[in-house]
Design a protein. Structure first.
Ligand code: 5GP
Ligand code: SF4
Ligand code: MG
Length: 455
């Protein structure tokens, strides 16, 4: 998911719309904005893409006020239905509060059971709602104490934005799984999942919000606190591999440069004699450039992507046949014909898309197809906010690299090593979470059988 918030700006909800638009890659299922006019909160949210949900200027009349938070959703917990669209807004004894969450809480079910036993009634199936209930039922007096009370009970990954009538609060969990940054636009503070959202609205990047940091913004300014139990930071390395936008700066690095280095390292680890290097657009582009640079093999665009196909595209029900990946990608025959081709992608999840793409490249006349993946095999699911399928569906959890090569019908297949990945990201922080590659989960699950199933 992606979150964005702005405090103290006359165009707060309009700017939040733009910020969410820049974060669209982090979630395409649904989106929403909640604004505050100083005395009450206003919400507009719906299923669909940002431009579709907020395309009508009239909507902003219903989102008045000088502060706003927004959310783009891609579901990791809770099904994809309208009641699960964020930000969630609730009224309780102390007023109203809205929350937008990026991440995944691993002890959600246990806390939910407890809260329900004490009479809480949940409106959604999202783990995010638990945070709201904890806040609402906390007996502490100050907002900061209620937040630390509540958050010290939850485990997992969370970047949060809260909006009350008069305050905006930004929080990054002690492990710092997901990125979150702070910016300034004139005298307004801005918070966003990725810096690309600050760029779009011409806000200045100030710094990243630190793991475990709670920032409270009021009309008197910004105050930073560290009230949460400390942990060794474990930012998500997969943000660099796939999730974040290449123009963003996250965890102190530019994503594009990191991806390009992954490609160079991939070329050093898995050389092959070939005529051209092509990316699987868009996620494979920077690493394909790096591979081409390091190997000296020419970079070409052998597959063209239709940029208007969202993840939500549904083929016509009565289709004569299944068009599948062809809806999104089409080969350039003149580029591929009679060539020995190196194809670069960021990851193989189920293997089904990769298999179709290799066939497509061969059908376009390629003589050889060598697949190179700019990360290690994805053998384990993520429980910290990235929507990977369960273990059984991850092809590398039960197949050797050679079996995967055969399945996707490639001539050769090479994955970036774990050391190569760490080296590309930089060795200053070796604490990156890379559990989807290693199975070593930095935040444990409280009760087996309820939260994540490890096999
Ligand atoms: P597969 O061959 O496993 O079917 O698909 C691999 C493709 O899925 C890669 O191109 C990769 O960019 C993409 N991918 C990796 N992780 C995710 C994810 O979390 N969500 C989506 N939609 N695609 C992903
Ligand atoms: Fe990121 Fe993988 Fe860790 Fe999930 S398991 S937080 S995707 S590195
Ligand atoms: Mg891809």
């Amino acid at each position: 998911c992606g979150i964005f918030g702005i405090f103290n700006h006359a165009e707060a909800s309009n700017l939040t719309y733009l910020g969410l638009y820049a974060l669209q890659h982090r979630g395409q299922e649904s989106c929403g904005i909640v604004s505050s006019d100083g005395t009450s909160l206003h919400a507009h949210k719906s299923m669909g893409l940002v431009a579709d949900v907020f395309g009508n200027q009239e909507i902003f009349k219903s989102l008045p006020g000088k502060s706003a938070i927004g959310h783009v959703r891609y579901s990791t917990t809770g099904s994809s239905v309208i009641k699960n669209v964020q930000p969630i807004m609730v009224d309780y004894s102390r007023g109203s509060i809205a929350v937008a969450h990026n991440g995944n809480i691993v002890n959600a079910q246990i806390i939910k059971d407890e809260l329900e036993a004490y009479g809480s009634i949940f409106q959604t199936t999202m783990d995010t709602e638990i945070i709201v209930h904890l806040l609402a039922t906390s007996k502490a007096n100050s907002l900061l104490d209620r937040i630390s009370d509540s958050l010290n009970r939850i485990k997992g990954a969370y970047c949060l934005l809260f909006l009350t009538e008069t305050r905006m609060v930004a929080i990054r969990d002690p492990n710092g799984f997901r990125p979150l940054c702070l910016g300034k636009l004139g005298s307004s503070y801005v918070v966003a999942s990725e810096s690309c959202a600050l760029d779009l609205i011409d806000a200045e990047f100030i710094r990243e919000i630190e793991p475990g940091e709670v920032i409270i913004i009021t009309k008197d300014g910004l105050t930073s606190y560290f009230p949460l139990q400390k942990a060794e930071p474990t930012p998500c390395i997969f943000e660099f591999v796939y999730f974040a936008r290449p123009d963003s700066y996250i965890f102190g690095k530019n994503v594009y440069q990191v991806r390009k280095e992954m490609g160079r390292q991939l070329a050093r680890e898995h050389k092959v004699d070939a005529d051209i290097v092509i990316p699987i657009p868009d996620s494979g582009v920077p690493s394909a450039l790096g591979y081409a640079e390091e190997s000296g093999i020419r970079f070409e665009l052998g597959l063209i992507r239709n940029h208007y196909v969202g993840r939500t595209f549904i083929e016509p029900q009565q289709a004569i046949r299944h068009f599948g990946v062809k809806i999104k990608l089409n080969p350039v025959r003149d580029v591929l014909k009679d060539k020995r081709v190196v194809v670069i992608d960021d990851s193989i999840v189920r293997g089904t898309t990769s298999r179709k793409i290799v066939k497509m490249i061969r059908n376009a006349g390629a003589k050889e197809v060598h697949v190179r993946i700019s990360s290690p095999p994805t053998s384990y699911p993520c429980y910290y906010g990235i929507d990977t399928p369960n273990r059984k569906e991850l092809i590398s959890s039960s197949h050797s690299i050679d079996e995967i090569r055969k399945y996707i019908t490639a001539d050769t297949l090479g994955y970036l090593s774990e050391d190569g990945l760490i080296g590309s990201v930089g060795t200053e922080n070796t604490g990156y979470c890379r559990a989807c590659f290693t199975g070593s989960y930095p935040v444990k699950f409280p009760r087996l059988g309820i939260a994540p199933q490890l096999d």
